[in-house]
Design a protein around this ligand. Structure first.
Ligand code: FAD
Length: 395
């Protein structure tokens, strides 16, 4: 027997970023009643910035009939590598599409009826009683459902209650990131980078850059943004704490959102860029109003289903960004969950569907984690190649 007050099974989703909304639209598409609880009072920080558009994301949009702009992103046709002198040292045809966190999030948010996304609700804990889960929020609110989905990211409250011994580990390097409006950028930079997916591989660091939709989700030339990510080694300890200390002097665990970096840290980043980066990339860093920073993390759970509570997206495993697949993995988790649950119309059927789902979702997460670590080691640990050309085929 499912929820006795309604004929439809009900899921509570914790976290209203990409992972939470992929799950919400997918479960609604199979007839579940869904509510998403997000701790941020407004739209969560656009921490993802640019996102390489992977087929799994498009598959969720198709499955759940999420209306979206066409195209959903900006095409790049080739990959280029620049050296310190701004010369193109490698060029390869590789068409692919890049989008942005706000484009994906905005499309899904608009597809959800009012009331599904509850902002400003922080989960504190939950209890299970057979096939019912009760969630408690900091506001005092209490909610019950047939399923509780932890889509609350790498520092998941849901996971901390289920697996208190598992936490993300710092991988030894950070990603400085930024988005700069295309229309304000110097012509010389625009001409050099054009619509390429552009890289610079240096000693112990790598920068990549690509075009993404504008803040208003426009993909029209002149209204787009350039998204860049600069991976650099930072020793754990005082140096890392300093990088993650915000303008109010508060030390954050793993990331600083746009606008939070100290002015002197932004100035130091720009000085380093002028020394270590190709002039086109240094100009881009200089022109970025609010750079931000994220520590690169490794984390993988051994189990994703705990009775009627489960973990998806970064709450379950954090693949390194070189896979360009964190959002794609969250999308794949949501889609396979909806497909498994689609024909489950009894409580036992739901349990069996969750067991089936866990098998494939765990395997997928582990493969992505291992692949990301291998790519990261190659990018960050090997001596610089003499040419400054590619060290891997990925990001
Ligand atoms: C440098 C970098 C580049 C990347 N590039 C790509 C890329 O190109 N392609 C790609 O696919 N992925 C990329 N990713 C990964 C991608 O951003 C994430 O994997 C993806 O967004 C999935 O996130 P999530 O929704 O699971 O978690 P998150 O985005 O971390 O969201 C968790 C949400 O839960 C909320 N929350 C947390 N605790 C609570 C609580 N107690 N109660 C209520 N709400 C709570 C948070 O406020 C947040 O909104 C990149 C990541 C990095 C670091």
């Amino acid at each position: 027997m499912l929820d006795p007050t309604t004929s439809r099974p009900r899921a509570i989703i914790i976290g209203g970023s990409l992972g939470g909304l992929f799950a919400a639209v997918s479960l609604r598409a199979i007839g579940w009643e869904v509510q998403v609880f997000e701790r941020s009072a407004g739209v969560p920080d656009s921490r993802g910035g640019g996102i390489v558009l992977q087929p799994e994301v498009e598959a969720v949009f198709d499955f759940a009939h999420v209306p979206h702009a066409v195209p959903l992103g900006v095409m790049s046709h080739e990959r280029i590598y620049l050296n310190l002198q701004d010369e193109i040292v490698s060029r390869a045809m590789m068409p692919q599409m890049q989008t942005s966190w706000n484009t994906l999030h905005g499309s899904m948010r608009r597809a959800l009826p009012d009331g599904v996304l509850q902002a400003g609700e922080r989960l504190q804990g939950f209890e299970q009683d057979g096939a019912r889960v009760t969630a408690r929020f900091a506001s005092g609110r209490v909610e019950q459902a047939d399923l509780l989905i932890g889509a609350d990211g790498s520092r998941s409250t849901v996971r901390q209650q289920l697996l208190p011994g598992i936490a993300p580990e710092y991988a030894g390097y950070v990603a400085w990131r930024g988005l700069a409006a295309e229309h304000g950028l110097p012509q010389v930079l625009q001409g050099k980078l054009s619509d390429s997916f552009a890289f610079q591989q240096g000693d112990d660091h790598m920068l990549l850059e690509y075009l993404v939709p504008g803040e208003n989700e426009s993909t029209q030339p002149g209204q787009r943004r350039r998204n860049w990510v600069w991976y650099r080694k930072i020793t754990a300890g005082a140096q890392l704490v300093q990088a993650l200390t915000d303008r109010d002097g508060v030390a954050h665990a793993f990331s600083l959102p746009p606008g939070a970096m100290r002015p002197e840290a932004v100035a130091a980043l720009r000085r380093d860029a002028a020394l270590l980066l190709a002039p086109s990339f240094a100009r881009l860093v200089e022109a970025t109003p609010e750079p931000f920073v994220q520590a690169i993390l490794d984390m993988q759970v051994p189990q994703m289903v705990f009775g009627r509570v489960l973990l998806v997206g970064d709450a379950a495993s954090v693949p390194r960004p070189h896979t360009a697949g964190g959002a794609a993995k969250a999308a794949a988790n949501a889609l396979s969950l909806a497909r498994s649950l689609r024909s489950a119309d009894t409580s036992a059927g739901i349990d069996a569907a969750l067991a089936r789902w866990q098998k494939q979702a765990l395997r997928h997460g582990m493969q992505m984690s291992e692949w990301g670590i291998a790519l990261g080691e190659r990018i960050m640990d090997m001596g610089a190649s003499a040419s400054g050309g590619p060290r891997t085929g990925m990001y």
